[in-house]
Design a protein around this ligand. Sequence first.
Ligand code: CS2
Length: 492
Amino acid sequence: MTRLSKTALAALPAGVRRPAYDRSRLSPGIVHLGLGAFARAHLCEFTDDALEHEFGAWGVVGASLQRPDQRDRLKPQDGLYTFLKRAPAGPELRVIGSVLDVLVAPESPQALVAKLAAPETRIVSLTVTEKGYCHDPATGRLRADHPDIAHDLANPDAPRSAIGLIVAGLAARKAAGLGPFTALCCDNLPSNGHVLAGLVRDFAALRDDRLSQWIEANGAFPSTMVDRIVPATTEADIAEVASLLGLDDAAPVIGEPFRQWAVEDVFAAGRPRWDAVGAQMVSEVAPFEFMKLRMLNGAHSSLAYLGYLAGHETVAEASGDPVFARFLQGLWAEIMPTVPAPQGVELQAYARDLLTRFQNPAIRHRTWQIAMDGSQKLPQRLLGTIRERLKAGAPIDHLALGVAAWMAYVTGTDEKGAAIDVRDPLAAEFAAKTRAAGRNGGALSEALLGIGAIFGDDLPRQPAFTKLVARHLDALFAMGARATAAALAAAH
Ligand code: CS2
């Protein structure tokens, strides 16, 4: 079968949407760090739409910070790839054209820094996942002892971390008398623009105070809230796209129809017309972030741990199980009072829509995928909410069950005694701590609550929280996730 490429575009079936602008005239304006599936199903689709609305020099050069796979798949396709939108009514296909090139940082960090420093680069966007920021998730501060940060401080011209790369790019621009680019964080972190600005400033200060002051005075770090459910692409997805397209595409992305992007409109050197194609340009992103991180991601993580333990492979299966659907209602009832509703949004309706999105039978989003990197996710997804509820003296039964399920998950053994492939930067620490504690709720919760990078030093001293987690853990070990959730529902 012919491979998707610019010459093959003409062979696409009639119903498949394709770039409606002249790609041969498209030049780069954005460098995107971490060109994974999410960015290609979100920022790159918004950019494709914006280019169609108003053409400009806003093509995307992607950068992979670890592996060459993405470049190797996209280069032979001239950067083109298919987005397969999975609506319950059936799939919809579109070929996206906004990606022009992909660089691989470890092969030539200098080439990537040169690209970041090029005058035409006006936005550097990022989706490098929570752990890619090399920060302490509980405090949001840079970990100067992180191996990648230590490496980048020793090798400022050949960085490997996102923060090191951004600072190297900004330093080269300053030296060349250019203005800065806008650094646009698109990861699920609270106040993500502020967090990124703080990390960049801290790193720059370790290199050169004047650089740090220049960034502080001139830099732009808008906060954003990004949302679209994008499960990892599987071999079956690739085969399905080929049969629908009549062409081979080695790099399709899969996603739900829903998408949302709230962006603080503070750019240093312009931006594409994302506002004209559905992005919400707002002065305050915080209410959107709270709503999304706490209600969507908080529920996603809780459901991922409970669902995985109960033997559910996907979010659709877990949220379609009446016991867990009921758990989600109880969880959202605890979360909602901590969330200031963004203008024009009704939180009850938002929760109802979330359940429909989770239950979308066409999306196979694995609970195991969402369970990854819990140490980096729990603070902003569940623990901030728990802190606020504790302060208000409000119940946290469902929130605490989410945390207990995470603890049971990181023991590395499921309810049938099978091993769990726990992926997390702190996995080795979990293994040591959980082995010593055994399957005892009190001992296990005490051991894990002692990880300050996750729980800070306040939560372990809150008996209303710690006792509940220990009790939930004992219930999880004694009767399993499903029966524990059912018992919680019966008690409410
Ligand atoms: C998920 C998110 O993998 C995860 O942790 O909770 O990727 C989620 O699907 C997105 O944030 C939805 O916008």
